[in-house]
Design a protein around this ligand. Sequence first.
Ligand SMILES: C[S@@+](CC[C@H](N)C(=O)[O-])C[C@H]1O[C@@H](n2cnc3c(N)ncnc32)[C@H](O)[C@@H]1O
Length: 322
Amino acid sequence: MKTKPAKLNRSLRLSKEEIRNYSERLVSLTNPANVNSITNQIINQDIFDVIEFLPSGFVDLLFIDPPYNISKKFNQVSFREMGMFEYIKWFDSWLSKVVRLLKINASIYICGDWKSSAAVFLTGSKYFQVMNRITWEREKGRGAKSNWKNCSEDIWFFTNSQEYKFNVDDVKLRRKVLAPYKDENRKPKDWSKNQEGNFRDTFPSNIWNDISVPFWSMPENTDHPTQKPEKLLAKIILASTDKGELVFDPFLGSGTTAVVAKKLGRNYVGVEVDEYYCCLAEKRIELAEKDERIQGFEDGVFWERNTLVNQVKIQKSEIKRK
Ligand SMILES: C[S@@+](CC[C@H](N)C(=O)[O-])C[C@H]1O[C@@H](n2cnc3c(N)ncnc32)[C@H](O)[C@@H]1O
């Protein structure tokens, strides 16, 4: 017997008819393409089959969330765990070809878990300048009986040259002030008071513990097994691009990169081998036309965890003001 989804379950689903309709929007390349013909498109192909048809020097930001080095099923496609050196070889076989697609001042972010992270660093540093390793707390996941539970992932930040952009003011983190220090004139020092309390906008670090992994009551949730949170992509896109620039994702999955790019006024190109995931991405992109909100990014700033109540109040007072 099929169980009905819980009432509060807001996960996105696709009907057969939607799959038919969305699949008509997908692109497939058999010849070299120019930038205009692929801008804001999802290419439903294996990255190995399409890479040679993509134009040179069109990417401002490259975001890569590849299959990690673990055995995993992505709908129709299965990825098999390999030895680290075999994984590095596989990684290099496509990353070496992606380099041609980048603008000279492009930024590159590549995700990995603890097991794949060394391979990401070794391969990425062959082609790019290593800038940093971001570690984010992934508070979902199974407990382990004979090991430490895995609760983190890495994102390596590289640049294609010394010339790159980093919009630090766009990615500050709003935190509650626990000790509201005042200066000699009794004025708040580096923090401000509003109707929601005392907050400070702080410089973003390479430890991110303000990210929630999508789950069933979040509207961004799909049944993709390794979907990245929109808030995570928003930080990367805002820090490393300006409006109108282009983000490329060669393993698009359920489309998070494209959705967030759209919500933030950037362009995207995504490649994904699985048609069902491409259709999920198209549906999310369509929904983003009507709703540009990104959970955890409110009032132009990122909020630390457990401040949703304050964010909602700010949202409501904004609506009243308008
Ligand atoms: C880690 S997931 C990406 C998840 C994505 N960031 C999201 O938020 O949904 C990797 C994706 O790569 C796709 N994939 C695996 N091998 C591929 C290939 N050779 N070419 C294109 N896509 C591939 C899988 O189907 C999977 O959806």
